[in-house]
Design a protein around this ligand. Structure first.
Ligand code: SF4
Ligand code: SF4
Length: 140
């Protein structure tokens, strides 16, 4: 009897799935609908290529020594390029929560000029900013 009940339940869920399908979003919007609560945003091929480049970071911290923004703000306001590249570029759900003001970055690219691994730090910060905005938009 329990087995029959389970099969009927399964059949009903299967039927509902197909009945709802024409009314559900597809593609990008479907992803947003399903993962909104997890604060996940879709990553395009271009995004993934950027993430590969950011992942070359060794977390050596040399970029922090060259960053002028770290001399004028606290680490809470702006934790510095090495933190942002190593932590946030690899964890999109955290972008929204960080509450970091990236406007402290002066765009000087001194961080990149001293980086031993040619990590595009400025682009990493722009990537984080764009994804944070996208995540927040979906959280409404
Ligand atoms: S971005 Fe470059 S300089 Fe900065 S921590 Fe990573 S590897 Fe080191
Ligand atoms: S581009 Fe931004 S993060 Fe890099 S050194 Fe300049 S102020 Fe610091």
């Amino acid at each position: 009897m329990r087995s029959l009940w389970a099969k009927l339940n399964l059949a009903w869920a299967f039927l509902l799935h197909f009945l709802k399908r024409p009314f559900q979003h597809q593609g990008y919007q479907a992803f947003r609908d399903n993962y909104r609560d997890d604060r996940l945003v879709p990553l395009s091929h271009v995004d993934k290529n950027w993430l590969m480049r950011f992942s070359r970071c060794l977390n050596c911290g040399i970029c922090d020594t060259a960053c002028p923004a770290l001399g004028t703000t606290t680490r809470e306001q702006f934790p510095g390029p090495s933190y942002l590249v190593t932590t946030l570029s690899r964890s999109t759900p955290d972008f929204w929560a960080a509450g970091i003001d990236l406007s402290h970055c002066e765009g000087c690219r001194l961080c990149e000029s001293v980086c031993p691994n040619q990590v595009p730090v400025k682009e990493a910060l722009e990537f984080i900013e764009a994804k944070a905005l996208e995540t927040t938009r979906g959280a409404a």
